[in-house]
Design a protein around this ligand. Structure first.
Ligand code: PEP
Length: 255
């Protein structure tokens, strides 16, 4: 059984001090929640402090990106093993902001996902179509390409352990979320492809989560979709009360 997976992507927000305050406060809010996997993804500078603050809690920590080489002359980059050693268990790869603003290709996303797994991190691999692609009826073709190329070379066992985040680009930070039907269709399609390409077991175990303007007001309808296993939350994860609310509303008993 896939338990709901809720991750907060803080993007370039929160200092070390703000991170520690947030994680401690969140820990209090969610201390009794054993049936949702809860993750926060602070900026690199706060990963270690977040992990220390999250010790002995049910909160996991993710980084927001990585570089696939182990070490070397790559100014400004951070490797998977460095992230792991800092205390993270997860890492986001292929976020649409990385693809759009920093040129991450499907090939780069694939190398990052492989490096993450190699270092013992769980990658949260983001895919999703732009508004233009949706309007041209290319959504499923774009998802096919991003999933196939992004996960190229992974085994079924590995795919079963990762998280795929369906994040329509037009819904990120816009206040306009996908309808439950739109999310349901995309997630069912992704899971079907995972089954075809990596086997039924992989498709069954892989978490496919939704991202794009998720808020306490819309999480219930989204997570009620059978193939929506959780959410990657941007803006609404920055305020501890709203993030905790999203976690609470994702609990199986609440759906
Ligand atoms: C995100 O950054 O992954 C995201 C989904 O942002 P928001 O929730 O603000 O749309």
């Amino acid at each position: 059984m896939r338990i709901p997976f809720i991750a907060g992507n803080w993007k370039m927000f929160k200092t070390v001090q703000e991170t520690v305050v947030f994680v401690k406060e969140l820990g209090g809010f969610v201390k009794d929640v054993a049936d949702v996997e809860i993750v926060v993804a602070p900026p690199f500078t706060s990963v270690h402090s977040a992990a220390v603050a999250a010790r002995n809690t049910n909160i996991g920590v993710a980084a927001q990106d990585l570089y696939w080489e182990r070490e070397g002359a790559f100014t400004g980059e951070v490797s998977a093993s460095m992230i792991k050693e800092a205390g993270a268990e997860y890492v986001i790869v292929g976020h649409s902001e990385r693809r759009r603003l920093f040129g991450d290709t499907d090939r780069a996303v694939n190398r990052k996902a492989i490096a993450a797994i190699g270092a013992g991190l769980t990658p949260i691999v983001c895919v999703g179509e732009t508004l233009e692609e949706r309007e041209r009826d290319q959504t499923l073709a774009v998802l096919d390409r991003q999933v196939k190329d992004g996960l190229d070379g992974l085994t079924g066992d590995q795919v079963g352990e990762i998280v795929v985040a369906y994040e329509p680009v037009w819904a990120i930070g816009t206040g306009r979320h996908a309808t439950a039907a739109q999310a349901g269709e995309a997630h069912a399609h992704i899971r079907k492809r995972l089954g075809q390409w990596f086997g039924a077991g992989a498709a069954d175990r892989c978490h496919v989560i939704y991202g794009g303007s998720v808020k306490p007001e819309n999480i219930s309808e989204l997570i009620a979709e059978p193939d929506v296993d959780g959410a990657l939350v941007g803006g609404a994860s920055l305020e501890v009360g709203s993030f905790a609310d999203i976690v609470t509303k994702s609990r199986p008993a609440a759906v």
